[in-house]
Design a protein around this ligand. Structure first.
Ligand SMILES: Nc1ncnc2c1ncn2[C@@H]1O[C@H](COP(=O)(O)OP(=O)(O)OP(=O)(O)O)[C@@H](O)[C@H]1O
Ligand SMILES: [Mg+2]
Length: 701
């Protein structure tokens, strides 16, 4: 066989060209599967590691050696086990993973196995919960053994490398973020919770904390700006986000909401409308703006509640909150309380209905039994309120709704009454009813799907967010990165991008993924997007991982080609992947991570792009360096890249080399990659210089 690149004669089993380092699998574009049997990296372990934003918590006992002098060893062991149990329970209750027990210390990670956008807040809630749990344990220990335990806690947020192999001897997560969390814990005083700068930013403005001043941590050259955690405030998006910024656009969506309410009044039965869209797209804001406008003019009365995926509350708490706030907002003269002795609605006296609900649902959010009686009582109360004016119940963060809540909402809106009541369920696409599709409204209620703001409106919002001195020049790339998502815009333009020290290093804004090199993404964005990408099914994630290396735009055939190269190199076989890739792309489209892209010279039907520059950046940043090194080497051989010319080929080779170098793998292969990259970039630079494109030439050379 001959090398495609330099035509060197090679033995049939060669994986690389011994002369120029080109992977031999690329020698035949027409039959990649047949040739990739001799891929370049068959010996390399699968790139299972990923980089992800997590929050790490360390908790240790203070003065435990003194205890061992006081307590019998068996008693000490029992006490320590109870301490571990109590601490672990607080971590697990907030979705954290206790990863290691080292001596008397507990290390927990929030973000493993899946990243959530509120991992930092969960970790802080756990830390405060651990302090309370210890106080409870201490009451008992003081009474029975006359001792008191004390803990100190350190919490830090940032990128880590997470291994996927739980059986491996290595820690599941590693990196500077973990070291800083451990050092913060060691620097904390008795009962103190010290948090790193990344955590403070990621947890949002309702965290109450005081600065400790710069801390010099062992093993770190630079000092770290740590804070002492005092309290964790409410997580209402109105407090955490910028609901004060003027609302733009969404006229059609407001009309859809109007129409849904009018239908509920006209048709004499309760309606259910699901408002869906990716995180930060503006579901909560839209619903609140609409409610504020309509209720100010007396057009409706409403109550709202939010679903939560963790915490101590009744299963139907969001519904209970919504009904309670509706009743509180309804004038006493027109509310159900006043009508307690009034006429029955739908066969049940309002007073009886209220009495029933007050003993369960409205007390603590727990369901009343039997289920049908509770639904009948609810319908009675809502219908009574809607006699005065239409009623809207908002159940926000519907993606976290418990199955019983979904069942209750559907029962209330199944067409059997409750005139003038509209239930609005606002949440991210992957709610309890599975990923949304674009099909017609189903029995589960009509669907209002929010997509990104159109360019004009996004530009208007960007101008407001940037402020009078914000300088509109330069917002264009920001608009491109945000892809119409108002929260992304907000975070890019005003999100606290204060230097977060070691806490948030290594974000998605790396060269190669479109972001300005050296610029770091706000931790909130890393977590938001990391959560969306982390929640993908394996096949979808595989496609995202491959596409991220190709670029913001890519095609299905490129993915198939790259996938068979990588799979083969990793020893996963060579089945035809086209159908699987197409299915994954369809699913990614439904999740709004990927969209059909501009065709260019590619066949339009096969062209795709990441829905925003940020999605691409974060997808790219979540790949391990090893995976990037391997995949860029393969990507340099894609026919489309070869057609694009030396600049594109050299760019991939240069990155393949750089990531290998960063891993310390300066072997023959790395040197060949470097030489090929230099040659390709040199040729591209010379061509650019010949065309007098000096700026481009300078970048290449
Ligand atoms: N049309 C808009 N005009 C101006 N700002 C907007 C608009 N839509 C959303 N925003 C802003 O974007 C941010 C995110 O909005 P919001 O919290 O409503 O998103 P969401 O879709 O509910 O996200 P999540 O899924 O995380 O709950 C908020 O600060 C909000 O004020
Ligand atoms: Mg919301």
């Amino acid at each position: 066989m001959n090398c495609l690149s330099c035509q060197q004669d090679l033995p049939p089993t060669a994986r690389f060209c011994s002369s120029c380092g080109t992977p031999c699998a690329t020698a035949s574009a027409a039959a990649p599967a047949a040739v990739t049997a001799a891929g370049p990296a068959a010996a390399a372990p699968p790139p299972a590691d990923e980089r992800k934003p997590v929050t790490v918590l360390f908790c240790d006992l203070v003065g435990s050696t003194a205890l061992s002098g006081v307590l019998d060893p068996e008693t000490l062991r029992t006490v320590t086990l109870r301490y571990f149990e109590a601490m672990s329970a607080e971590i697990v209750a907030r979705g954290g993973t206790p990863e290691k027990f080292i001596g008397d210390a507990v290390m927990a990670v929030f973000g493993v196995p899946v990243v959530r956008d509120d991992d930092a807040r969960r970790a802080l809630a756990a830390a405060l919960g651990m302090r309370r749990a210890l106080a409870r344990l201490n009451e008992e220990l003081a009474a029975t053994l006359g001792i008191e335990l004390a803990i100190r806690i350190g919490v830090n947020t940032g990128q880590v490398v997470a291994g996927s192999d739980r059986t491996a001897r290595q820690a599941l997560v590693s990196g500077e973020t973990v070291n800083i969390a451990a050092r913060l814990e060691q620097n904390a005083g008795r009962g103190e919770i010290l948090i790193g700068p990344g955590t403070l930013l990621a947890a949002g403005p309702t965290v109450s904390a005081e600065p400790t001043g710069p801390l010099r941590l062992k093993g770190k050259r630079d000092s770290v700006e740590a804070h002492r955690l005092l309290a964790l405030g409410a997580d209402d998006p109105e407090l955490l986000r910028r609901f004060d910024v003027p609302f733009v656009g969404r006229d059609a969506e407001r009309r859809t909401l109007d129409a849904a309410l009018e239908r509920a009044v006209r048709e004499g039965t309760a309606g259910l409308l699901r408002v869906t869209g990716e995180a930060g797209i503006g579901k909560t804001r839209l619903v609140r703006e609409w409610l504020a406008g309509r209720s100010a003019s007396g057009g409706l009365a409403y109550g709202a509640g939010r679903c939560r995926s963790y915490g101590d509350h009744g299963t139907l708490a969001p519904l209970a909150d919504a009904v309670r706030s509706l009743l509180a907002a309804t004038e006493p003269s027109e509310g159900p309380q006043e009508a307690a002795d009034g006429p029955a609605v739908g066969g049940l006296a309002v007073g009886d209905a209220m009495a029933l609900l007050s003993g369960g649902l409205l007390r603590d959010g727990t369901p009343n039994a039997p289920f049908e009686d509770m639904c009948a009582a609810l319908a009675t109360v809502l219908e009574r309120a809607a006699l005065v004016r239409p009623v809207v119940l908002v159940l926000d963060d519907w993606h976290a709704a418990a199955p019983l809540l979904v069942r209750t909402a559907h029962r209330l809106t199944d067409g059997s009454g409750c005139a003038g009541v509209l239930v609005l369920c606002a949440g991210r696409p992957d709610g309890p009813e599975g990923p949304d599709d674009d099909g017609p409204p189903t029995g589960a209620g009509a669907l209002l799907q929010l997509t990104g703001l159109p360019y004009e409106e996004a530009a208007r919002l960007a101008a407001v967010l940037a402020g009078p001195d914000g300088g509109i020049p330069g917002t264009d790339p920001i608009l491109e990165r945000a892809g119409g998502n108002p929260l992304y815009l907000e975070q890019l333009l005003v999100g606290d991008r204060a230097d977060a020290g070691g806490g948030v290093a290594g974000s998605g804004a790396e060269a190669g993924a479109g972001g300005a090199a050296g610029e770091e993404l706000p931790p909130t964005l890393q977590a938001l997007l990391g959560a969306r990408i982390g929640a993908l099914a394996r096949a979808e994630r595989d496609v995202v991982d491959l596409a991220a290396v190709i670029g913001r735009e890519f095609t299905a055939p490129e993915l198939v080609r790259l996938q068979s190269s990588v799979r083969d190199a990793e020893g996963h076989g060579m089945t035809s992947q086209r159908q699987l890739v197409d299915e994954a792309l369809e699913a990614l489209g439904r999740r709004r991570l990927v969209e059909s892209g501009p065709g260019g010279d590619r066949a339009a039907a096969e062209a795709y792009r990441f829905s925003s520059g940020l999605v691409h950046e974060v997808a790219y940043a979540s790949l391990s360096k090893r995976a990037k090194a391997e995949r860029h080497a393969w990507a340099a051989e894609l026919p489309s890249v070869l057609r694009s010319g030396d600049g594109a080929v050299g760019g991939h080779l240069e990155r393949a080399y750089r990531y290998r170098a960063e891993l310390g793998l300066l072997d023959d292969r790395a040197r060949r990659l470097r030489d090929r990259a230099a040659a390709a970039l040199g040729r591209a630079g010379a061509q650019a210089a010949a065309r007098s494109d000096l700026h481009w030439a300078h970048g290449l050379l």
